[in-house]
Design a protein around this ligand. Structure first.
Ligand SMILES: NC(=O)c1ccc[n+]([C@@H]2O[C@H](COP(=O)([O-])OP(=O)(O)OC[C@H]3O[C@@H](n4cnc5c(N)ncnc54)[C@H](O)[C@@H]3O)[C@@H](O)[C@H]2O)c1
Length: 254
């Protein structure tokens, strides 16, 4: 799909990986709906000009997402892409010093990372499916954000890994079904990227993750994630898969 001229929803677009996608896509001539709980940084709109709008959205809310999609359709025309980046990190041992892990926290992580992603995809797909197909029957592209923690969850990552494993597992059934509507679905499983989410992790944890990353021996840059998202949009054969973007990182137990 051509990025230029397309209207694309980016959840979590105010920060980190999502914000890098917004920057890349608007830079290539797409129009973007930033759907996030928090607004983008103050100078963002100077940079994006008329090509981005912010819709305050909780991805777990049907009403919020419908409103964000409708605002985008009114302003930019048919929705052609959705990138689900909204997510939260949570670390807690199952059996901690103060007793078993919080069930409420587990539910919250699943609710935002997995249910919120599914909510985004189902409503974006509905909007894409009602649009006039482009070349070769294509109606839209969906990119979801999983994590290497879906496969190599560390101690303390039970909730986060379960949520990201759910996103990975959603990919194929969504691609199989939505292909009938001309929609491709791909997930990206990032290793460790330099974003506010990771900046908030304790130094010891960041350092250990860098040490476990074979080459390049550093955290990923958000623009490297955005570059892969751009490629997913442009390469029609990418569908129904989970792409690792991790510099050969295979996380150990801690
Ligand atoms: N940074 C990494 O190393 C890394 C690695 C693997 C996967 N991921 C995943 O990538 C995605 C983006 O992470 P990031 O590092 O850019 O984090 P980030 O904290 O910088 O950005 C996440 C954004 O999501 C928004 N958000 C949180 N809850 C929301 C909700 N309920 N509704 C709408 N917006 C909400 C936040 O306001 C924030 O703007 C997340 O799903 C994360 O789990 C990140």
């Amino acid at each position: 799909m051509r990025i230029e001229g397309s209207s694309i929803l980016v959840t979590g677009g105010s920060s980190g990986l999502g914000a890098a996608c917004v920057q890349k896509l608007t830079g290539q001539g797409a129009s973007v709906i930033i759907a996030d709980l928090a607004p983008p940084r103050e100078d963002a709109f100077g940079e994006f000009g008329e090509r981005a709008i912010f819709a305050r959205t909780d991805v777990t809310s049907e009403a919020d997402l419908r409103a964000a999609i409708a605002a985008g359709e009114n302003r930019f025309g048919p929705l052609r892409g959705a990138i689900a980046c909204a997510g939260i990190l949570h670390a807690e041992r199952v059996l901690g010093r103060e007793g078993p892990a919080s069930l409420e926290a587990f539910r919250r992580v699943i609710e935002v990372n997995l249910v919120g992603t599914f909510n985004t995809v189902r409503l974006a797909a509905e909007a894409m499916a009602r649009s006039q197909p482009l070349e070769a029957g294509l109606c839209g592209v969906v990119v979801m954000t999983s994590s290497v923690a879906a496969l190599e969850g560390q101690i303390g990552q039970a909730a986060y890994s379960a949520s990201k494993g759910g996103v990975a597992a959603l990919t194929l059934p969504l691609a199989r079904e939505l292909g009938q509507h001309g929609i491709r679905v791909v997930s990206i499983a990032p290793g460790v990227f330099e974003t506010p989410m990771m900046q908030n992790a304790p130094d010891k944890v960041r350092q250990s993750l860098i040490e476990q990353t074979p080459f390049p021996h550093r955290l990923g840059r958000p623009e490297e994630f955005a570059a892969l998202v751009g490629h997913v949009f442009e390469n029609e054969m990418l569908n129904g898969c989970v792409l690792r973007l991790d510099a050969a990182l295979r996380m150990g137990p801690k």
